[in-house]
Design a protein around this ligand. Structure first.
Ligand SMILES: [Zn+2]
Length: 740
């Protein structure tokens, strides 16, 4: 089966991932963008010059104009960047129309034409200039001048604070605001720029109820705008559809203006995150239709870093690849730990951020206040820029060789009570229930898969509903609670035909709008039924094995800590391997008695196997990391989805990514070493020596070489025909090229 495509010998781009057009429609289906058909046209600059190395010095906050555009451009280019987001509108504390440093008909004040002076200097140095345009954060007095543009909250009145200070936001459905933005776009595109990046538009968790939104909703759906507080059912679904359609319409009209001016101007926006996007209506799967590049803030690492997964940029990049397999993708990162904009990450953390991004087939973007560019620590990024520039050929037209998939469910994130939602950067709406924490569930399983050093893809609801799944030996479903009947049907077929599932907690217990079903849509596949109540929190409670199984290798025969919550179910055809004990009255309250609630149920269904864990195992792993729990995942992988890569003599804190080029004839093994000193920030990584790799491959290997510390490695073949080699030394990152 053809999985992904690569540039053919003639240089004609063909799709990187093919799709099964299963027919019929997905949830919110009319909106989902379909993959582009292959075209014979030469790729545009943003694809030709991948990986993009984008710099954003955020001068909108610290002063747009610089004494010398030449010096400015030279400094950026000499730091190894090939593209930038340039700020030409001053906006400390929010945007108004007073500080436009380019020629613009809607400018409130005429300033120096900095853009006109800067562009030739950037071009001279090979720097692509994309203009950063913030259209979600405005000064309050500017809002007061344009009452008709304001987003209105559900309870009435505009937004009055943003980013911890005063500010307001405008509505993309307001004709006056639209025309204002469109005029700015026309005027910017009159310059020889290379791209436009829109930061916004966006909704908030309690907007927008302005008169335009009310009128348009009434017209489209025949009812009044539903409350945004009600997160389930048809009303919530209609509201999300309306808001994402509003985003799409704004993007379409904007793009039309940009492209009619110059089709070689890249057009994209700040995209949705791996998280709940219902508040902002930034659904990447929909909005990608009107973008050339998909970008997300996967590298905005903020707050207590011990609570931020080291793999966040790379795993976000994997999700972006699923959402936009045939377009360029960018992970937006900051060079500082948020919210301290004048601070900086350690050099080790910068290199790890960078490596996690490019290893997972995305371009890099670094946001830094301009003074940071001068700091010696930023040489870490310059070094990585030079490395990627030199080895760019190994990053283009690659495909994933993963045979395991982990699901991130946007549908669940949008309609389930255990999901929180993103607003701006670290600004979030909390989940309405602490039961079934979706982010924790995903993170716990993602972390365990990474530590098992198994390459895996992150797929989503659309993949499950519409795309081929048979490239995967196993699909992991971390509490994918909300699921359409159609998706459940496709998963049944997948297992019936020999695929394997590992699912946790309330997976498939709700429909695609968050309405609870009487039983799991996948009950027949799981071999359980009768989902009753949720039990928990289990504070000091246990579970225990009930049968012997290779899946429980490494477990004691008696008590193992229980997960925090579980669904009380009954087996119906599935074999119960582990069961929960009855809750203890206190942690010293004696020996627990067995309950009737299964924890782990294994069920052979058709030619495949479903492994169902009734507890919130991922969430438990994310908090407590008990070894038995991760052993279970490792045993599952070993038995149903053995990794093509086996790593020895390296700690588990090394991420392994396996990709390929040339129809699988050249393998690219990316190794990212997150082994720090047991805290974050990571000040230095512990170098790894003599990392032994065993690789299952059909490629007839003639040559193995490393790129970071360039050398040729000797290969041996083991009895089962696998290739073995040793990487003598690595710090944060190494790429091993294995080819004919
Ligand atoms: Zn509105």
């Amino acid at each position: 089966m053809e999985k992904d495509g690569l540039s053919s010998a003639a240089g004609v781009p063909i799709p990187r991932r093919s799709f099964l057009q299963a027919g019929g429609a997905a949830s919110l289906s009319l909106l989902y963008a379909q993959p582009r058909p292959a075209s014979g046209a030469a790729p545009p600059w943003w694809e030709r010059e991948e990986p993009l190395r984008i710099l954003d010095t955020a001068t909108c906050y610290t002063g747009v104009t610089s004494p010398s555009p030449a010096l400015e451009a030279a400094r950026k280019a000499s730091s190894g960047y090939n593209t930038e987001h340039l700020h030409v509108m001053g906006m400390a504390g929010g945007l108004d129309d007073q500080e436009f440093f380019f020629s613009c008909k809607v400018a409130g004040k005429q300033n120096e034409d900095y853009l006109g002076k800067y562009l030739p200097e950037a071009k001279k140095r090979g720097l692509r200039v994309m203009i950063y345009l913030n259209i979600h954060w405005f000064k309050r007095p500017f809002g007061e001048k344009h009452p008709d543009w304001l987003q209105i909250r559900e309870g009435g009145g505009p937004i009055t604070t943003l980013y911890g200070g005063p500010g307001t936001t405008f509505c993309m459905n307001s004709p006056g605001f639209r025309e204002w933005v469109f005029q700015i776009l026309r005027d910017l595109c009159a310059y020889p720029i290379d791209g436009i990046f829109l930061d916004g538009t966006s909704f908030r968790d309690d907007t927008c109820y302005c008169r335009y939104c009310q009128e348009q909703f009434q017209k489209a759906f025949g009812t009044k705008l539903p409350s945004k507080k009600k997160r389930q059912g048809k009303g919530a679904r209609d509201l999300l559809e309306f808001q994402v359609n509003s985003q799409l319409s704004f993007m379409r009209d904007s793009r039309q203006i940009v492209k009619s001016s110059n089709p070689n101007i890249a057009f994209y926006r700040n995209g949705g995150v791996r998280g709940g996007n219902w508040a902002t209506a930034k659904l990447n799967r929909v909005l990608i239709a009107e973008q050339d590049i998909l970008g997300s803030e996967g590298g905005y690492l903020t707050g207590d870093l011990t609570r931020v997964p080291v793999w966040k940029p790379g795993v976000t990049a994997r999700l972006l690849e699923t959402q936009a397999p045939d377009k360029s993708r960018v992970i937006f990162s900051t060079a500082r730990p948020g919210p301290w904009n004048f601070s900086q990450h350690s050099e080790a953390d910068l290199r790890l951020l960078y490596a996690g991004t490019v290893a997972n087939a995305a371009s890099v973007f670094f946001f830094m206040y301009k003074p940071l560019l001068e700091r010696p620590g930023m040489q870490a990024l310059t070094g990585m820029n030079r490395f990627v520039e030199k080895n760019a050929a190994y990053y283009r037209g690659t495909r994933s060789e993963a045979t395991t998939a982990l699901v991130w469910s946007d549908t669940t994130a949008n309609f389930y009570d255990g999901a929180d939602a993103q607003l701006l950067e670290s600004d979030r709406v909390s989940a309405r229930s602490e039961v079934g924490n979706l982010d924790g569930e995903f993170s716990g399983l993602a972390d365990t898969l990474l530590r098992s050093q198994t390459p895996f893809d992150v797929i989503d609801d659309v993949s499950m509903e519409q795309e081929k799944l048979d490239r995967y030996a196993a699909v992991f479903l971390p509490n994918v609670a909300c699921m359409s009947e159609k998706t459940a049907g496709r998963l049944k077929d997948y297992v019936g035909q020999g695929g394997n599932l590992f699912a946790t907690f309330e997976t498939s217990l709700y429909d695609e709008t968050g309405i609870r079903r009487a039983d799991f849509a996948l009950a027949e596949v799981f071999g359980v039924s009768d989902a009753r109540k949720i039990v928990g929190p289990n504070r000091w409670d246990y579970m225990q094995p009930r049968a012997q199984s290779p899946l429980l290798e490494g477990w004691p025969r008696d008590l193992v800590p229980a997960t925090l919550y579980h669904v009380s179910v009954r087996p119906k055809g599935g074999e119960v391997l582990v069961q929960y004990m009855k809750p203890l009255a206190g942690s010293y309250a004696g020996i627990p008695e067995p309950s009737d609630d299964p924890a782990l149920v294994v069920h052979r269904y058709g030619k495949g196997t479903a492994i169902y864990f009734s507890g919130d195992l991922g969430n438990a792993l994310n908090s407590y990391h008990f070894i038995e729990w991760s052993r279970l995942i490792e045993n599952v992988l070993r038995d149903i989805a053995p990794s093509p890569v086996v790593v020895e003599n390296a700690p588990r804190s090394m991420e392994v990514v396996l990709r390929s080029q040339q129809q699988g004839q050249r393998l690219l093994l990316h190794l990212i070493n997150f082994t720090g000193e047991m805290t974050r920030p990571i000040r230095r990584v512990v170098p790894l020596e003599n990392v032994r790799i065993t690789l299952r491959t059909k490629v007839e290997v003639r040559r193995i070489q490393t790129l970071m510390r360039p050398q040729t490695l000797a290969a041996q073949e083991d009895q089962s025909g696998r290739i073995q080699f040793t990487v003598p030394l690595m710090n944060e990152y190494e790429v091993v090229v294995i080819e004919k």
